[in-house]
Design a protein around this ligand. Structure first.
Ligand SMILES: Nc1ncnc2c1ncn2[C@@H]1O[C@H](COP(=O)(O)OP(=O)(O)OP(=O)(O)O)[C@@H](O)[C@H]1O
Length: 676
């Protein structure tokens, strides 16, 4: 339209003398014509703002919903620019400048129309938020109340929000609707705006769905890969486990073979178990090996030689006395010969004695070796007789290797934990199939009790209990920390007396473990401290084990201790007098362990137990050996420090009321390792 109007204005502007044709008049006419057209829509009379206009121009503006401006159907509404007109009326001086200004004005009209057109196009297809914004502003500037009528029907559509982006675009839309309500839109515009919104949201939804399906595909791919990795790992694990257990088995088989060869060689030297038949009775007897036989022969020879020399010596003495007081001239010579002969016999006897002592020491050494050999023979026999000797894997985890030893009701195997990759000791508790159900149940109860006490103990001087599981109806297994060194019993059997320094550090470590047991919220009395229950790891760290007879000291126990309900159990050489009390139920405390530790130290230092060393358990009980053990005596040899003796005396205090408990004796100077 503006082109026509411009041409029209341009032609008129040349005739300035004609008032009716003057510019202001023409503008007024034009305005009147336009207003007349638009008067059918009275709500549009108010000025509408259009923020897209340049700042320099007034905001009374030209709005259009159609790009046609012909006489008949023009839908343009040109608002009178009153200010401009007044200015023109006032100044009315320069037609040229007016013309220029009008040209500018119509240029603005043109620009605005173009923008509206753009806005209308955008509203049909946009998904772009910036374009939406420009479209919205275009719509809003169309003004009027019609939009607000329709907006009420379309307000707050419940679009699902899948993400923040959608949310924010939704908010923008609502906001745009609010703007529209305020400023007014045509229903067509609103519908197209809503269509656009729906399209935008659908687009968004489509995009989100696509993303989602991509994510799902990715997820599936990752899951598949993970499964493949897991499968491969499982296969690797199985292979690794197989390789490790095969290796362990070959090593163990070699060890078994080596042990048997060693035993065969040793038994040639030291002796063997033979079978003795007496009628129908078959019994086992020990037959000495060559080395033992040789020593015994040598000892016998020495003994015979000693007897011969002794006899000769006596004869010489007799002959001398038979001759009486010699009156011969050569008597002096004979006397001298007798003295010399006497001296020779004496020195011969002394040398025989030395040889004898040496052979005796050698025989003692052989005896120790023989003891070790007998234990090893027994172990091999137990291993051969065990139903767990063919390298089973227990609980899909513990590869059984060689037998470490057999106790009263259990077999202990060295094993390898295929999950944690470490050596362990598997203690297999076998219930005797011939036992009554009651006895079996009591044994299991006992073992569970032991497990419950032991499993919570974590201290470097206490053997760890890792696991427990059932193997079959009559067998279960406890898995213990493996101590590869010998136990104290084996050490003392090999060398009955230990240097004081070694004995002191061992007893110190045992007390460290006992202090731990007594500093817990629930104190524990071990009750079965003996050399066989002290193990050593590869670094020589002493560890207390076997909590089968342990007692938990309940909170409500009096100062005198708890009642001993399992009287008779334990190893009597190591138990204090109160445990043998028969007149009433004994009360016991951690002082039981203090006594046992005192006995252990004594045994390590002097090579024997202080009370009932050579007595059997039965005899100790029968002869009240421990009840009579009021005072400890120390042999003169080997020499041991007075501090050690005093410490042992304190541990072996007869009266338990006067005996220090674990926490008190742990403060003893003998157990302190501070620098002097
Ligand atoms: N954790 C372990 N590590 C290494 N060897 C062990 C372990 N536990 C026990 N042994 C060894 O296994 C053998 C048998 O142990 P067990 O405790 O069954 O015997 P015991 O104490 O002589 O018997 P009982 O418990 O019936 O008195 C012993 O020689 C012991 O040294």
């Amino acid at each position: 339209m503006s082109d026509d109007v411009l041409i029209h204005f341009s032609s008129n502007s040349s005739n300035q003398s004609d008032q009716s044709n003057s510019l202001p008049t023409k503008i007024a006419l034009l305005e009147a014509r336009m207003v007349g057209k638009g008067s059918a829509t009275p709500q549009q009379t108010g000025p509408a703002k259009f923020s897209g206009l340049p700042e320099s121009l007034p905001h009374e503006t030209l709005l259009s919903s159609d790009d046609s401006d012909d006489d008949n159907g023009g839908e343009f509404l040109i608002q009178a620019n009153i200010q401009k007109r007044r200015k023109l009326e006032e100044e009315n001086s320069s037609v040229v400048s007016e013309h220029v200004e009008l040209q500018q004005l119509f240029q603005v009209v043109d620009d605005t129309r173009q923008k509206i057109e753009e806005g209308s196009d955008i509203s049909k297809s946009t998904t772009d938020s910036n374009r939406k914004k420009s479209r919205r502003k275009g719509n809003c500037s169309s003004g009027g109340g019609r939009g607000s009528r329709n907006m009420d029907q379309t307000k707050t559509p419940a679009f699902p929000s899948s993400n923040g982006q959608l949310d924010s675009s939704y908010k923008k839309n609502v906001c745009a609707m609010d703007d529209t309500r305020n400023n007014g839109c045509t229903p067509l515009e609103e519908i197209s705006s809503l269509h656009a919104k729906v399209a935008a949201l659908e687009e968004e939804l489509k995009r989100v769905r696509e993303e989602n399906s991509e994510i799902q595909q990715l997820h599936q791919m990752v899951e598949k890969e993970l499964k493949e990795i897991k499968d491969a790992d499982q296969q690797m694990k199985t292979k690794r486990t197989k390789v490790i257990s095969d290796l362990l088995i070959s090593v163990s088989k070699a060890e078994r073979q080596e042990a048997r060869i060693r035993v065969r060689q040793e038994s040639l030297r030291l002796g063997n178990v033979g079978v003795l038949r007496a009628g129908h009775v078959i019994s086992e007897t020990w037959e000495d090996g060559q080395a033992m036989k040789d020593i015994n022969v040598q000892l016998r020879n020495l003994l015979e030689m000693k007897e011969v020399v002794e006899r000769q010596r006596k004869l010489l003495k007799k002959r001398q006395s038979d001759k009486g007081d010699g009156t011969d001239s050569d008597t002096g010579v004979q006397e001298e010969d007798v003295l010399i002969q006497e001296e020779i016999y004496k020195s011969r006897l002394a040398s025989i004695k030395r040889e004898e002592e040496m052979l005796m020491r050698e025989r003692d050494r052989y005896e120790l070796e023989k003891g070790r050999l007998i234990r090893e023979m027994k172990r091999i026999r137990d291993e051969d007789g065990s139903r767990f000797n063919n390298f089973q894997i227990l609980n899909h985890r513990y590869a059984l290797l060689n037998l470490l030893g057999k106790g009263g009701f259990s077999e202990v195997f060295k094993a390898f934990d295929l999950v944690e990759y470490r050596y362990v000791a598997c203690k297999l508790h076998g219930l005797n199939a011939n036992w009554s159900e009651d006895k079996k149940q009591s044994y299991v109860r006992h073992a569970i009790r032991e497990y419950n006490i032991h499993k919570s103990l974590i201290h470097r001087n206490i053997v760890r209990l890792w696991d427990i599981f059932e193997i079959d109806q009559n067998t279960f297994c406890t898995v213990l920390e493996y101590s590869c060194g010998k136990d104290l019993d084996a050490i003392l059997k090999a060398s009955p007396i230990l240097p004081e320094k070694e004995a002191r550090i061992i007893i110190f470590q045992i007390f460290q473990g006992l202090v731990y047991l007594n500093k817990r919220p629930q104190k524990i009395i071990h009750y079965d401290l003996k050399p066989g229950n002290v193990l050593f790891d590869e670094f020589g760290i002493a560890k207390v084990t076997d909590f089968g007879l342990s007692k938990i000291v309940e909170d409500d126990v009096g100062s005198q201790g708890m009642e001993l309900t399992s009287q008779g159990a334990g190893t009597y050489w190591y138990l204090p007098p109160e445990c043998f009390e028969l007149s009433k139920t004994p009360l016991i405390s951690s002082k039981v362990d203090v006594w046992s530790a005192g006995i252990l130290l004594y045994q390590m230092l002097f090579g024997k137990r202080p009370f009932g060393h050579d007595q059997s358990q039965e005899r100790i009980l029968r002869e009240d050996t421990i009840i009579k053990a009021r005072k400890v005596e120390f042999p003169s040899r080997p020499s041991v420090s007075n501090e050690a003796k005093e410490f042992i005396r304190r541990c072996l205090t007869y009266n338990q009321v006067e005996r220090p408990d674990v926490l008190t004796i742990a403060q003893d100077p003998y157990l302190m390792y501070t620098k002097k």
